[in-house]
Ligand binder design. Structure first.
Ligand code: GUN
Length: 304
């Protein structure tokens, strides 16, 4: 039987509707919209496409959106100054620096320069540390892991006691999603295995997963015989495997052989239209939460 498709686009629209209402309420209460700055250095086509989708969504929600695009030869000092200005700007509640950065700029120094209380990507080491501690300590969840957890929960996938296997140990997806789903609490409490390029017999780990999360960046890595019948498969891969001259768009493929895997899995996410839109929705959610906190603090400061 063919798997049920987990429709990330439809789920993200539900969340964006909730956030649109919250944005309107914040504007009414404080006279200000959530402020998001997106910073893009260079002209990597994938990054340009991601950033323009983030900007479009922010504008649709009614955010105060500031787009800063700089050429690839921008110096690290210039970028750090832009970030310092955004840190100091009371109308900016979220700062996003699109990755990857040109090679002459240290990603580590740039991420460390962002005010952790405006780090809506959740990439600052302080926020990754807070995530590890869990519970009340968490300020911003990284967007792709948060989107994965949200789509699992909203699709009714049981995580309590489930065997979750994550393929890929990046700081952006693999490591944080493994930590999040292994935390004690609702929408988590799973037994998580984090696999990577050093894992022996990767297929055997994948085959025992109730929930298989693949974020390896290798097109078609997971074949149907790696999937336990009825398992839930979350494909985080966005691999550009060609270019469609007619549409002028890249041809995308996930890390999972979607057509074949659909015949084995119980539920599966498509690429595109799965994790991608959920990541954007979570960025917007982090920005609204940040705005609520900053605006409340500013209002109590003004009164005091
Ligand atoms: N590059 C790939 N994914 C992301 C993301 O979620 N945020 C940022 N800032 N850069 C990325």
């Amino acid at each position: 039987m063919a798997a049920t498709i987990i429709d990330g686009l439809a789920l993200s629209r539900e969340i964006l509707d909730e956030l649109r209402a919250e944005t309107a309420q914040l504007k009414q209460q404080y006279g200000k919209a959530p402020g998001l700055v997106t910073i893009l250095v260079g002209d990597n086509p994938a990054s340009l496409s991601y950033v323009s989708r983030k900007v479009k969504t922010a504008l649709e929600l009614g955010f105060h959106e500031v787009q800063i695009n700089r050429p690839a030869d921008t110096s690290e000092e210039e970028l750090l100054q832009i970030i310092a200005d955004c840190n100091a700007d009371p109308d900016i509640h979220g700062i996003l620096v699109q990755l990857p950065l040109p090679r002459h700029i240290s990603e580590k120094r740039v991420l460390l320069a962002i005010d952790p209380d405006k780090d809506v990507d959740g990439f600052h080491p302080m926020n990754l540390g807070r995530l590890l501690v869990g519970g009340e300590s968490i300020t911003f969840l990284p967007c792709t892991p948060a989107g994965i957890q949200e789509m699992l929960v909203r699709s009714g996938v049981e995580l309590d006691g489930a065997d979750v296997v994550v393929v890929g140990r990046s700081n952006i997806v693999g490591k944080p999603v493994a930590v999040m789903l292994g935390q004690k609490g609702p929408g988590a409490n799973a037994t998580v295995t984090l696999t990577h390029t050093g894992t022996r017999d990767l297929a055997s780990h994948c085959r025992r997963a109730d929930v298989l999360i693949v974020a390896a960046g290798v097109a078609g890595l997971v074949s149907p015989d790696w999937i336990k019948p009825g398992a839930t498969v979350i494909d985080v891969g966005v691999n550009r495997i060609g270019f469609n001259e007619a549409t002028g768009k890249a041809i995308l493929s996930g890390d999972v052989d979607f057509a074949a895997a659909s015949q084995v899995a119980g539920r599966i996410t498509p690429v595109p239209g799965g994790v991608g839109p959920m990541t954007i929705a979570m960025l917007m959610r982090n920005t609204v939460r940040s705005a609520r906190k900053h605006l409340a603090e500013q209002a109590s400061g003004d009164r005091g």
